[in-house]
Design a protein around this ligand. Structure first.
Ligand code: FES
Length: 127
């Protein structure tokens, strides 16, 4: 079996930004069709910037590590910047993922997209 990088192990053992964000104004929830794992992403957006972000997952170790890393990367970024980050960027920031686990990194990405869409939808309803 291919070994995980130290960074993947670190983010898996000590994931950052885990939990529920009580004052989130965007929530994304997606399932991975390949394995059935689930990811929930909470964002708090102010002036187009992601001020805070947290995630919850019933996913594998690679899903936990990629979500943890992606929350660190996009915290403080604008919505557009956040949407530009690819799962490859995240995998690179973790010093790589075994190819068989690349699909797990899509989960965090998809959940963030979903959360941003949810935020935008809620915002247009306010007007
Ligand atoms: Fe399901 Fe990794 S095996 S997200």
């Amino acid at each position: 079996m291919e070994k995980y990088s130290d960074k993947v192990m670190d983010h898996f053992m000590n994931p950052r930004n885990v939990g529920e964000l009580k004052d989130a104004n965007g929530i994304g929830e997606v399932g991975n069709p390949r394995c059935g794992d689930i990811m929930k992403m909470y964002i708090k957006v102010k002036d187009n910037v992601i001020e805070d972000i947290k995630f919850l997952t019933f996913g594998c170790g690679a899903a936990v590590a990629t979500s943890s890393m992606v929350t660190e990367i996009i915290k403080g970024k604008t919505l557009d910047e956040a949407l530009e980050i690819t799962n490859k960027d995240v995998a690179e920031a973790l010093d790589g993922l075994p190819p068989i686990k690349m699909h797990c990194s899509n989960l965090a990405q998809a959940a963030i997209k979903d959360a941003i869409e949810d935020y935008k939808e809620k915002k247009t309803k306010d007007f």
